[in-house]
Design a protein around this ligand. Sequence first.
Ligand SMILES: NC(=O)c1ccc[n+]([C@@H]2O[C@H](COP(=O)([O-])OP(=O)(O)OC[C@H]3O[C@@H](n4cnc5c(N)ncnc54)[C@H](OP(=O)(O)O)[C@@H]3O)[C@@H](O)[C@H]2O)c1
Length: 303
Amino acid sequence: MKAIIQTRYGDEKTLTLTDVNAPTIQKPTDIKVAIKYVNLTAGDMHINTMDIGGPMRVMMKLIFGWRRPRKSVRGITGSGVVIETGNHVQKVKPGDHVTFIQSLNAGALADEMIIPEKLTIQKVSKSNLKAATTLPFGYLSAMHFINTETVKPGMKVLILGASGSVGSAALDIAVQLGASVTAVLRAKNFDAIAHLNPTKTIDYQSEAFKSPSKSYDIVFDAVNKYSKQTAEGWLKPRGRFMTIKKATREDAKKLNQLNEWLEKGQITPLIERVYSRHEYRKAHRHLYEGHKVGNILIEWDEA
Ligand SMILES: NC(=O)c1ccc[n+]([C@@H]2O[C@H](COP(=O)([O-])OP(=O)(O)OC[C@H]3O[C@@H](n4cnc5c(N)ncnc54)[C@H](OP(=O)(O)O)[C@@H]3O)[C@@H](O)[C@H]2O)c1
């Protein structure tokens, strides 16, 4: 089968589209998926380029391979069609459309991938497959912080980094939960997020951003570039600061809720661009530049 592999860490030039052996079902709880779309995420960027310093880099190399990637096929989250299941699989059956994330093992940039049923996999509708590809990374990460327990209707929420995969999802979810949301992002991206209905937009490079008003119930740093001190300038006295720097959990119930909202048209994932699989290096360069708007996908199976 065709796959995009990487045998040493580095930029997009270390990626190659080539032929590899197709994976086979090993365990009764394995699911084989024919890939349709892959979401290129900040997670892929960190894993492929090892751009993170300090103790985190050591930890990542221990997990993903010390000298080179332990598993050469890249891509951690995508969507496709189930083509085979082990005898004990209960969640899905052949023919079902699914979206999934497998952050510790990669393998999505390929014709076929094996996903253990215990990992995060969600049945979705065929008509929403492309949009649903964005749910397991940005939306699920955002929902770890922005959810019914933290956000009540009428609350004022400030999202720092609202143009990213996590930030645009946080904005979408917070609006869906009835909050009044101010989006902080580069002015050139205001139009791209307008359909997510922020109450207000602020350019993080503007003077307005340098004069905060202490009026928000929640400030969420969705881009991991802001300190608690900066956030506190925007918070009400008993307001709450949350940051994507904290580890998240891949919660199947939350993914199911997100899919229900998507099916009802209550959330609208932001997809900046869909690349063909032959544009894989260009697509990864776009990711590694760090300025993508929402999500960028690779359409693997263009049939
Ligand atoms: N803890 C977890 O489990 C977890 C889960 C998911 C993601 N993350 C982390 O969260 C971060 C964001 O992920 P992502 O997927 O949303 O990234 P992304 O899609 O690449 O988005 C980053 C966005 O932030 C904008 N940006 C850059 N500097 C900014 C600033 N100072 N203020 C406001 N916006 C700024 C960028 O556009 P411009 O540069 O054009 O403004 C871009 O649109 C990454 O570091 C990722 O590793 C952590």
